[in-house]
Design a binder for this molecule. Structure first.
Ligand code: ATP
Length: 298
């Protein structure tokens, strides 16, 4: 089985500043890191590091950041379907951080927004029934819907993470087999929490709902069972990327064992995301191939 992650890729540039700039100010900063980012790339990298054949479908500009994306991805076991987006800059984030831990982030999504349905669907040409189609919230409404429909027509299993939150998600749930939501997304999209929220999503057509509650663990709900799994206790350094690690590991764990999402998949996801939160950064904090092999017992 293969996984196709259709999403975004970006370059995250982090600058340390002594204080956040006020309007009109020019301030000095220190370059801290330049990392591959974007939720699509994050999830694809973790799934691929788990050992699942994983394709990443994403738009990139024809610029230096695009070259950097290609170079960084070539170090990962991901199969790349990078779509050149003419006249656009590769998506990037400028992250300003202060010593007292405050941060401010500006993100561009020009390439993610310009990707069209035909480009994404072309990358699914070889997809087989049962393969995973994994989406997040960075693409347009039309593309998100179009790709979910194309995946359904190929009898793929669709997984959706409604992040970042956008106004059009309410209409998509009937096309989603597996939904992963954190607490903020759950509250915004269902007006409920926990089991009640999961029941609402199941009633909208989702077949398996996974709700994550940060250090309070996660819940897996289907029509006939509800499983709660605690988070793994660990020193917490930086929780960025915890949700992406969790979703990717859970999906890969089940796919590699040829089962539907189960208790073991959520346990594996909890262990993998505990590694991510115990380290600084996003992709640099993700568990390695070796760590994931140990977690998945492969
Ligand atoms: P992020 O936006 O930070 O990437 P998220 O908000 O999408 O994450 P969370 O619900 O915060 O997702 O976390 C996902 C999973 O990561 C949790 O279910 C848990 O297993 C693990 N996790 C998150 N925070 C902690 C923590 N402080 N200690 C241990 N595990 C954690």
């Amino acid at each position: 089985m293969d996984a196709y992650v259709i999403g975004n890729v970006a370059i995250d540039e982090t600058l340390a500043v002594s204080a956040m700039p006020t309007p009109g100010a020019s301030i000095l900063g220190t370059a801290q890191s330049r990392d591959l980012g974007g939720k699509g790339a994050n999830q694809a990298i973790v799934m691929a590091r788990c050992g699942l054949r994983t394709h990443l479908v994403a738009g990139v500009g024809e610029d230096l950041r695009g070259d950097l994306v290609r170079q960084r991805l070539s170090a990962e076991p991901v199969i790349r379907h990078l779509v050149p987006i003419a006249g656009r800059s590769t998506d990037f984030s400028i992250i300003l951080t202060t010593l007292d831990g405050e941060n401010a982030i500006v993100t561009t999504t020009d390439c993610a927004q310009d990707l069209d349905v035909a480009q994404c669907v072309a990358a699914l040409e070889d997809a087989q029934p049962g393969d995973l189609a994994v989406l997040q919230g960075n693409l347009t409404n039309a593309v998100t819907r179009g790709v979910l429909e194309a995946a359904r027509s190929r009898r793929m299993v669709t997984a959706f993470n409604p992040s970042p939150l956008r106004p059009f998600f309410d209409d998509l749930w009937s096309l989603v087999d597996i939904g992963f939501l954190n607490e903020g997304e759950t509250a915004a999209l269902t007006d409920a929490t926990g089991e009640q929220a999961a029941r609402k999503l199941l009633a909208m057509g989702v077949k398996a709902v996974v709700l994550t509650f940060g250090r309070d663990g996660a819940l897996l709900a289907t029509d006939d069972r509800l499983i709660r799994i605690p988070a793994v206790g660990c020193p917490v350094v930086d929780t960025t990327g915890a949700g992406d690690t969790f979703m990717a590991t859970a999906l890969a764990s089940a796919a590699l064992r040829g089962t539907a999402l189960d208790h073991a998949a959520i346990e594996h996801a909890s262990k993998a995301s505990a590694i991510t939160v115990s380290r600084q950064g996003t992709q640099s904090a993700f568990p390695t191939v070796e760590e994931l092999a140990a977690i998945l017992d492969r």
